[in-house]
Design a binder for this molecule. Structure first.
Ligand code: AGP
Length: 643
């Protein structure tokens, strides 16, 4: 067997498409590629800036210079470290280049491990998002052939392997195709070679990749944010496809080399939407965009006073009316949106609804029938746990709908229907406006099914639709409490722990309030269902312990309201410092709470959208008071493509 053959044949997994490892993959990084006449370094650095939310351990670029060489610059740390490096050690200009921002897995976040990695004696550069699971086996083969590795990364192995195969076949597209058929795991790869000065070859398997289409120039990115500054025209790259871009052409094939037609689409937002726009942080900007996130998600989905979601209409009333059980799958914040949605959909549509964390779902061998509807919720549409849950649900015969904020992402592509949330790009790593948009979308789904099944009478459906449309103005009103909350956060900036209590739809909001605080301020925070208090958590209450209580509307269940007021009295009696989030005019809490944050009146089912906003502001302000980076909290990345 020749050199190429020996590197390209694996006894375990002949083709990634058939790999069992499709189920346990990935990580997250930001990728950008450019071919065209613009200042390539500026295009790459702009694309990395807009994708820094995907990873910020290190960053790097490779340029095919006008002298026909490859020059790289790479640096551990946030993107600014690379910006500084480029000032002291500039890279020569060129018209083809690739850039990468990293969230480290194999090998720590060092300069050496930063991408790009080189192959073919420095004539080839490669960047990678994902995990190559069989890299050790390939590395051993390459070491045996005399190659040496400075970096510990799996990416360095892929770069050397691609260089080795290219040296055999002399064509970068073909070399990429041969290499990806040997790799196992998750990868988006982008490569350039000095022999083809106006070409970038890329491949996608289990990691995101989109093409930006320009005039006399083309782009690649993990996300359209990579190139939205220059073009609104994009095309998604499907699973197991190889892409080659030059300034004037885009060619896509599958991993067997068969041509694939691209599906072009228009990006629904412009570059300014992903800029800070004068705000101190993306998070501050995105919290103020909460009202728009709700309004834009509702827009076009209330027709003649009644909720009608066109995407569900396309799915067909017969299918919806035949659903006997709904399972919502999601992770983190999205799962809390799911919990709110479960209360609403079950109450309105009279279908049993449960919420399962995506990563628990398929390992419990769930009972799924063709009458089961699985609704996935994901801002990014790339969360690997949720993607795998959707694929599993489909394999088991369930109908699948995704609620997603990212056009053309993988999860919607794997689902029978998608209800997009129109929150606009969310750049801060911790989710805020996408969360309220997710809840809004779930309300719409619940009301649509209730209408189709006639489980809520038309008058009530009209009232709920009107109340839903009135929510954005009410969210704007809640934003006015921001200064008071900032003050509270400053007072509490040295507290070691904060607790959150809620009941019914307020319970997931308590969980979300705690998660936001953990993520942003690195403080111990826990959310509880208020009814659980006496079953254990009340032991945590000591003198001065701050407790946020989301008080349910007395206009909903008077019983639940009075029980939560009793809970407030119980914790107050034990020294808790109570901050109540209660609707305007709720006099019952006033005597017992240390602070009351008032929210406008809405249907009790819609209160989560209003109640969560003060908690988002609180977490942001407390983190800010501690001098922390609210947009890029430690150890996190926005798109969690790790299972
Ligand atoms: C939100 O603040 C979190 N960083 C995280 O919990 C997130 O909501 C979760 O990882 C799900 O992401 P997705 O919506 O993109 O699937």
């Amino acid at each position: 067997m020749g050199v190429v053959g020996s590197l390209l044949t694996s006894p375990f997994c002949p083709k990634p498409a058939h790999c069992p490892t499709w189920t346990k993959l990935g990580y997250m990084c930001g990728i950008v590629g450019y071919v065209g006449k613009k200042d390539t370094i500026a295009v790459l650095m702009g694309g990395l800036k807009r994708q820094e939310y995907r990873g910020y351990d290190s960053a790097g670029i490779a340029i095919l210079t006008e002298q026909g060489t490859i020059e790289t610059a790479k640096k551990a740390g946030k993107l600014q470290a690379l910006v500084d490096l480029l000032q002291t050690s500039p890279v020569s200009p060129g018209h083809t280049g690739i850039g990468h921002t990293r969230w480290a897995t194999h090998g720590g976040p060092t300069d050496v491990n930063a991408h790009p990695h080189l192959g073919d004696g420095g004539k080839l550069a490669l960047i990678h998002n994902g995990i190559i699971e069989n890299f050790a086996e390939i590395k051993a083969e390459l070491l045996a052939k005399g190659y040496e590795f400075e970096s510990e990364t799996d990416t360095a192995v892929a770069a050397v392997m691609l260089g080795d195969v290219y040296a055999q076949v002399g064509d970068l597209r073909e070399a990429m195709r041969l290499v990806v058929n040997r790799l196992e795991g998750a990868f988006t790869l982008l490569a350039v070679h000095t022999d083809a000065p106006h070409l970038i070859v890329a491949a996608r398997h289990n990691s995101p990749l989109v093409i930006g289409l320009g005039e006399g120039e083309n782009f690649l990115g993990s996300d359209v944010a990579a190139f939205v500054e220059y073009t609104q025209r994009a095309a998604a790259v499907g699973q197991n496809q190889v892409v080659a871009i030059t300034p004037d052409a885009v060619e896509v094939t599958d991993f067997d080399g068969n041509p694939v037609a691209i599906e072009e689409y228009e990006i629904a937002w412009d570059a300014s939407a992903s800029d800070k726009g004068g705000w101190s942080s993306f998070m501050a900007k995105e919290i103020t965009e909460n009202p728009d996130a709700v309004a834009n998600t509702v827009r076009g989905r209330v027709v003649d006073g009644l909720v009608e979601v066109p995407e569900l209409t396309e799915l067909g009333d017969d299918i919806l009316n035949g659903i006997s059980r709904i399972i919502l799958v999601a992770c983190g914040t999205a799962s809390y949106a799911g919990m709110v949605g479960a209360y609403a959909i079950e109450q309105w549509a009279r279908i049993p609804v449960e919420v399962q964390l995506s990563h628990e779902f398929r390992y419990r061998d769930p009972v799924i029938t063709p009458e089961t509807l699985v609704i996935s919720i994901s801002q990014s549409g790339e969360t690997m746990d949720t993607l795998m849950a959707v694929k599993y649900a489909r394999e088991q015969g369930a109908r699948t709908i995704s609620v997603c904020n990212t056009q053309g992402a993988t999860i919607p592509r794997e689902s029978d229907a998608v209800v997009y949330t129109h929150a606009g790009p969310e750049v801060a790593v911790a989710s805020t406006k996408a969360f309220v948009a997710q809840i809004t979308a779930l309300y719409l789904i619940g009301l649509h099914i209730a209408r189709s099944k006639k489980t809520v009478d038309e008058k009530e459906l009209r009232r709920l639709a009107t109340d839903l449309q009135a929510l954005p103005a009410k969210v704007t009103k809640v934003l006015e409490t921001g200064e008071k909350i900032a003050q509270l956060a400053k007072w509490m900036s040295d507290t070691p722990s904060v607790l959150f209590l809620g009941r019914h739809v307020g319970y997931p909001i308590a969980l979300e309030g705690a998660l936001k605080l953990k993520e942003l301020a690195y403080i111990h925070a826990e959310g509880f269902a208020a009814g659980e208090l006496k079953h254990g958590p009340i032991a945590l209450i000591d003198h001065g312990q701050p407790v946020f209580v989301i008080v349910p509307s007395p206009r909903g269940s008077a019983l639940i309201h009075s029980k939560v007021v009793s809970n407030i009295q119980e914790i107050r009696a034990r020294g808790a410092r109570v901050i109540a989030i209660a609707e305007q005019g709720d006099a019952a809490v006033l005597p017992y709470a240390d602070e009351v944050i008032q929210i406008p009146l809405a249907d009790p089912m819609f209160e989560p959208i209003l109640a969560v906003v003060p908690l988002q502001i609180f977490a942001m302000e407390l983190a800010d008071a501690k001098g922390l980076d609210v947009d890029q909290p430690r150890n996190l990345a926005k798109s969690v493509t790790v299972e």
